[in-house]
Ligand binder design. Structure first.
Ligand code: AMP
Ligand code: MG
Length: 351
């Protein structure tokens, strides 16, 4: 597979010519990566089996891991699902456009390849204006998983997409860095009590305020032996850079101490370490390759920089990345911890 991957630059002014070219590729069955507010997505016409198969091929994604379909409005959604349950309707009113994916029962028109053979389909209306323009101009609902090679950290810039998928997809729309940096919250409304299958910017508390009780149905660590995999994506390796990842969770002071011990140990073994540190921890380390994940009480900064930082340190050819897990675990912090735990080869909890 060697494609001549085109790059289209689109700014906030939403230049028509590159958008139209990218939309044309999509409407003709091609693959185009584009920015959303969460991460970059790799889009193809969700209703065209062959087009969707190219997404799986380009990413090396397991065929039973279903895709999120991106549409521009609740009306678009009606042609894809059997019915919109009352709770889904409330969620759409409150959170769309935005980083919330809703799982509903699909209509036959949505092919098996898009849903991984499930009777349900995952749908979202993104907020990013470039994404919305592309969907509109292509005239198709766009299946769009994160635009990375399967198992790698999700892309938060066009450069990340190019590093992973150049030569494997038809085009990339470069619309600059994303705003949130973590994938959408996924909520399944097909059961009596809706279930969160993946945490994201929109928290359990926010969902509950809108529709009442919501269950947590995701696991922060991968259990391949588990029989209750609700969202197929839960059982695969995720977000892994080349380097090994160690997460140290706890209070800032204790985390700093433990990271110092780990660094000594790695030094003795001649292993090169890279650090992802909160602003509060930074002053304790010098002469080590490091990357800031922001202030510990601002988990939205950690969200925005997590995938970026993992890729940045990988490019520095470190052997081990140590992540400072002393940031606030509430709100979007819960989603950041979920992603780092999945990426981690080792999790250390300190007090
Ligand atoms: P990605 O697009 O790479 O961010 O991954 C999409 C996520 O949504 C994966 O974790 C999928 O397993 C999940 N997903 C998509 N469609 C469904 C569905 N119909 N039922 C359950 N999970 C889904
Ligand atoms: Mg993904």
């Amino acid at each position: 597979m060697t494609k001549d991957t085109k790059v289209f630059y689109v700014s906030e002014k939403l230049e028509s010519a590159p958008l139209d070219e990218a939309a044309k590729i999509l409407s003709q069955g091609g693959t185009v990566a584009f920015p959303t507010e969460t991460v970059y997505g790799l889009g193809a016409n969700a209703l065209d089996e062959k087009a969707v198969m190219q997404i799986f091929e380009a990413k090396g994604r397991p065929a039973d891991n279903p895709l999120i379909v991106h549409v521009t409005s609740r009306d678009d959604c009606e042609s894809l699902v059997r019915a919109i349950p009352e709770k889904a309707s409330l969620l759409m009113d409150k959170f769309w456009p935005g980083p919330l994916t809703i799982i509903m029962e699909r209509k036959e028109i949505v092919p098996d390849v898009t849903t991984g053979g499930l009777d349900t389909v995952a749908i979202r209306v993104p907020e990013n204006k470039i994404a919305i323009e592309l969907i509109k101009r292509s005239g198709k609902p766009l299946a769009a998983p994160s635009a990375n090679l399967s198992g790698k950290p999700s892309p938060t810039s066009a450069e990340h997409v190019i590093a992973d998928l150049s030569g494997r997809i038809d085009a990339v729309v470069d619309g600059g860095d994303v705003i949130i940096g973590l994938e959408s919250t996924v909520v399944d409304v097909t059961s009596e009590i809706p279930a969160i299958l993946r945490p994201g910017k929109i928290s359990k508390e926010e969902l509950e305020e809108c529709i009442g009780e919501v269950k947590v149905a995701y696991d922060d660590k991968v259990h391949p032996e588990s029989e209750t995999v609700r969202s197929p994506g839960m059982k695969y390796t995720h977000y892994s850079p080349k380097a090994g990842v160690i997460l140290v969770e706890g209070d800032n002071e204790a985390v700093v101490c433990r990271i110092k011990e780990l660094l000594e140990d790695l030094h003795m073994r001649n292993a090169k370490a890279g650090l992802m540190l909160t602003e509060e921890s930074k002053k304790h380390f010098s002469g080590v390759e490091s990357f800031s994940i922001g202030c510990k009480d601002k988990p939205e900064q950690a969200a925005k920089s997590l995938f970026y930082g993992l890729r940045f340190l990988d490019l520095k050819n470190v052997d081990i990345i140590i992540v400072d897990g002393s940031f606030d675990p509430r709100g979007i912090g819960a989603a950041v911890f979920n992603r780092v735990r999945k990426a981690a080869d080792m999790i250390i909890k300190v007090r």
